[in-house]
Design a protein around this ligand. Structure first.
Ligand SMILES: [Cu+2]
Length: 205
């Protein structure tokens, strides 16, 4: 009778361990195994150029809405899609001056000269860092160090280093699973050892 009670306790404990392990896994799964961000995204920005204030714009530079000379932040490998407009109807030419020469070269994303509107689409495959963007024609449209390229996320492992408690939870899961395994071993071990051994009979010839 006592043996059967003990067996029941083992079974219940084992089931509890499994159920709690399952419940724990279900919770922080998304944190321990976070969703990997999309490899590359498209950054779309409209910039309105101005070199002569009071002709459709209040200050010289590049306007994104009401923000003058915005910091443009992308990840390496992103597609950058710029819509470029001229506020003052004067011809401009947008450049991200990767090689720091101030003129368009094969390494610099560079728009066509435009006095109304144009598009510039390029892949941000330059080295991570900060670059100037500017107008090749007008020095007062020079914007220092506001085109920022962050390292790409392709192939990177996103570890939740600010979620240390998840490792405690993971340890709990492992302990619970080992506990359930040990309980199962004890349960089946006792059941086998409690059974009287039957001597093997060799078949007669
Ligand atoms: Cu210009």
């Amino acid at each position: 009778m006592a043996g059967r009670m003990r067996k029941s306790v083992y079974v219940i404990l084992g089931l509890l361990a499994l159920v709690s392990a399952g419940a724990i896994i279900g919770g922080p799964y998304s944190i321990v195994f976070p969703t990997i961000p999309r490899a590359h995204s498209t950054v779309s920005i409209t910039l309105v150029g101005c070199t002569v204030p009071a002709t459709g714009c209040s200050s010289a530079g590049w306007w994104e809405g009401s923000v003058l000379n915005p910091t443009i932040t992308v990840s390496q490998g992103d597609t950058v899609s710029l819509t470029l407009q001229s506020a003052d109807r004067i011809g401009h030419q947008f450049i991200v001056d990767v090689d720091h020469t101030g003129t368009c070269s094969t390494t610099d994303p560079c728009s066509q000269p435009f006095s109304s509107i144009t598009m510039l689409t390029f892949t941000a495959n330059m080295a991570p860092g900060t670059y100037d963007y500017a107008c090749t024609i007008h020095p007062n449209m020079f914007v220092p160090m506001r085109f920022t390229v962050n390292p790409g996320t392709v192939g990177g492992t996103v570890l939740p280093t600010n979620e240390a408690w998840t490792y405690v939870v993971e340890t709990g899961i492992v302990v619970a699973l080992i506990g359930a395994f040990v309980l199962a071993l004890l349960y089946f071990g006792r059941r086998t050892s409690g059974r009287p051994s039957i001597p093997e009979q060799s078949p007669r010839t």
